[in-house]
Design a protein around this ligand. Sequence first.
Ligand code: NAD
Length: 305
Amino acid sequence: MAIKTVAVIGAGTMGNGIAHVFAQNGFKVNLVDVYQPQLDKALTVISKNLDRMVAKSSITEENKLTTLQNITTLTSMAAGVRDADLVVEAAIENEEIKLEIFTQLDEVAPQHCILASNTSSISVTKIAAATKRPEQVIGMHFMNPVPVMKLVEVIRGYKTSNEVTNQVIDLSKKLGKVPCVVNDYPGFIANRILMPMINEAIYSLYEGVAGVEEIDTVMKLGMSHPMGPLQLADFIGLDICYSILRVLQNGFRTSKYAPCPLLANMVAANHLGIKTGEGFYKYTAGSKELVVSNRFRPLSPEGGT
Ligand SMILES: NC(=O)c1ccc[n+]([C@@H]2O[C@H](COP(=O)([O-])OP(=O)(O)OC[C@H]3O[C@@H](n4cnc5c(N)ncnc54)[C@H](O)[C@@H]3O)[C@@H](O)[C@H]2O)c1
């Protein structure tokens, strides 16, 4: 069964990138979100990202227009998935919400449709068990920013069929990505290794071992990481990092992965990184300068840690 129409559920950071990449590669995309403003914002972001690609001559103006024409936005999931061959769910990282979405998807998506989740850490096997087609449920874990990052971590749930796995491998290659197949255990591979590093960086800050800039500089210049772990955490979203660490902690039943109390505080204070304008750094629209949040400047009147 050829995959031609793709429904993307959730139009946030990842959903808009996933919609962009499929649309640019000739797929018809139905982008679904519960909030119309998120859909409007997603189209603006996609359009701006395409402009940047046109400016760099990596695509033509015509490619840009075709890509945008390939995307339809909807607030109704049933309407969005009715004619889909593949669904990629990219709603928030919350198990209850994902299970609810997959139960509904199973009812409204065509029988042949593959149901994929972009989850960073939630069990694909558990998500699949919410449907009557677990062999057609798979993890398709794109990286942020989706149009730039080459990897797709393909996660095989306990019952995912070989046929569906092979289809998703081929599809990822058609998108110009490199698929990497892993089994379904907490955090898969990417986040099982990345999140303890980010958590350790936050602990180092919390315990006063070093400041934000120093921690990130050590990892950038010492380990050749393109971004320091604290900047990366802001980029991913601190709420997402927190949720993934909880999944690792609960899944492996060890305190080794327990989120640092500073991370928990920042999430409770809604300092989630780039998406809320402040995390370890402060973000100003239009500026690319990396400015440490006042909260982590010891001499600031707002205080240090
Ligand atoms: N942010 C990252 O760097 C990153 C990387 C890889 C994977 N992921 C995963 O991708 C998924 C999405 O993350 P994000 O960073 O894009 O989150 P986000 O908060 O930016 O966007 C989530 C979107 O889902 C929408 N939504 C919530 N409930 C919905 C529902 N029932 N139906 C349709 N839409 C709904 C919200 O309105 C929002 O627009 C998560 O599972 C996350 O773990 C994130």
